[in-house]
Design a protein around this ligand. Structure first.
Ligand SMILES: C[S@@+](CC[C@H](N)C(=O)[O-])C[C@H]1O[C@@H](n2cnc3c(N)ncnc32)[C@H](O)[C@@H]1O
Length: 228
């Protein structure tokens, strides 16, 4: 049986490579509202061909496929792609396909999609502009500054300071607009929150969760978008 350490201390690369099933469970606990709900209120995805960069295990691509005509997921990590492909098969979803690639190297011709989305994943603007047809939209959803790990940011510290610099670039260099919104994720039980959120965000988070007994986390997300 697979052995799990108590935590991977914010090593997202290790999470995606070695524990894609934990990311999948973590991302599956319900958010109120969900990212897709908020995105759909502001951006019309119905009937569109949507590129989902950093598609992971299909957590954004599969729900999107209910509304979009076609969803193309691009994901560099083979273990995550395997989860996505299995999940699409299990759910009989036929308008989604997943490809190896990255934000910086999208395996699509110029002008192939109506919308480029990166949901809690990086966006490389020049490459995204290449594959989107006009009129179209580029959209990136990330964690708002000082909300790493959601409301426990101040407990965890910020082990990934580069993230903020990348999103500043979207507004300052590339003229993106932004929208912030809050969402509460409910893990249901203390065991669930410890073996997913705690597993990812580390010992300080685990100690805090054990002390408080909380089973929800408030997140603040930031949508960056640019019409083209
Ligand atoms: C937090 S997950 C997001 C998965 C999914 N979009 C979701 O909403 O849950 C981030 C994903 O981005 C991928 N990723 C990391 N660097 C990337 C890059 N440069 N280009 C594209 N994807 C990348 C990771 O392998 C991981 O699967």
């Amino acid at each position: 049986m697979k052995q799990y350490p108590e935590t991977i201390e914010n090593r997202w690369d290790v999470l995606y490579r070695d524990y894609p099933e934990i990311y999948n469970t973590f991302a599956s606990f319900s958010y109120q509202p969900s990212i897709l709900q908020v995105v759909r209120e502001r951006f019309d995805v119905v009937g569109k061909t949507v590129l989902d960069i950093g598609a992971g295990g299909g957590q954004s691509a599969l729900p999107l496929s209910r509304y979009a005509a076609q969803v193309i997921g691009v994901e560099p990590e083979a273990a995550m792609r395997a989860v996505a492909e299995q999940s699409a098969r299990d759910n009989g979803v036929e308008n989604v396909s997943f490809f190896a690639g990255s934000a910086e190297a999208i395996p699509l011709p110029d002008g192939a999609v109506d919308m480029v989305m990166a949901i809690t994943a990086p966006l490389a603007v020049e490459e995204a502009l290449r594959v989107v047809r006009r009129p179209g939209v580029l959209l990136q959803v990330g964690i708002a500054p000082h909300w790493y790990g959601g409301e426990l940011d101040h407990i965890i510290g910020d082990p990934a300071p580069g993230l903020e610099a990348a999103t500043c670039d979207l507004t300052e260099r590339h003229g993106f607009s932004m929208i912030d919104f809050d969402s509460v994720q409910d893990y249901g039980t203390q065991n669930n929150i410890l073996r997913t959120y705690g597993f990812i965000f580390g010992r300080r988070a685990i100690a805090h969760l054990k002390r408080t007994g909380q089973t929800t986390i408030r997140w603040r997300f930031r949508i960056h978008y640019r019409w083209v």
